[in-house]
Design a protein around this ligand. Sequence first.
Ligand code: NAD
Length: 266
Amino acid sequence: MKMDNKIALVTGAALGYKNGGPSIGSATAFKLASEGAKVVVVDILEEMGRRTVDKIREKGGEGLFVRADVSKTDEVRKAVEVTKQNFGKLHCLVNCAASYEGDIFRNVVDIPETDWNHIIDVNLNGYFRFTKYAIPLILESGGGTIVNISSGAAFNVLKNFCVYPVTKAAINSLTRTIAIDFAPQIRCNAICPGFVRIANSEGNRTQDEIKKWIANIAKTYPLKRVCTVEEIANVALFLACDDSSYINGQCIIVDGGRYISDTHEF
Ligand SMILES: NC(=O)c1ccc[n+]([C@@H]2O[C@H](COP(=O)([O-])OP(=O)(O)OC[C@H]3O[C@@H](n4cnc5c(N)ncnc54)[C@H](O)[C@@H]3O)[C@@H](O)[C@H]2O)c1
């Protein structure tokens, strides 16, 4: 299997909050586990984080839940320590945790500074912290891979949605600097998804409303459907394992061709 004898840590890997629905982090954890990795599942959501591990175990895999807030240095360091205590090594870090809390659908004038700072601290600094404290263990383990879940928002921007794209553009830069500074022992790449259907963004919509909402978004994509969490997890596995052995410092757009398509019609 592609991740045999490998230890992976995935942040933001709880299942979706409502009913254990899809999330990119949990799908990635399942995928890595299905290929033989022992997976450390990190999240602030205990119940749904444990459910990810339960599902890994149900399928015969090995996993461990560690509750850690990526915005807290001591918790991040502890998660890395717990990984070492339990598995001895770490070969793959997938940074995926992100917050959408606060009044963030605002332009730079209107966004409250506390909300700006919160998103920077979780969505960008969380990736920095985990990378900073995981790299020594990855090096000690003989090297490995880092996969950063970025976003198409690093390249194009929605109106009045300023801070999230800033974190994702910065994550792409972070990805490239890690790729250069820690090669050849560590390869670091990013995935930039377009819209991916997850449980947490469905909010309080009814099933009917969700269907219409997704159908409207799908129309704007050349493939005429939205991405599934498994389609992102497949790319995460590819970047995590030796199948991508000569790919380093890349930010791969996984959006069914939307970014390169033009809405202009002749
Ligand atoms: N869903 C999409 O359309 C989409 C598109 C592009 C990029 N992304 C990116 O994919 C990643 C995963 O998001 P998702 O869409 O699966 O959403 P999600 O809400 O299901 O996952 C985010 C996870 O991060 C966890 N989290 C939040 N704050 C945390 C903290 N301080 N410490 C630890 N964990 C924390 C949440 O509890 C949640 O489980 C994010 O980086 C997101 O920006 C998502």
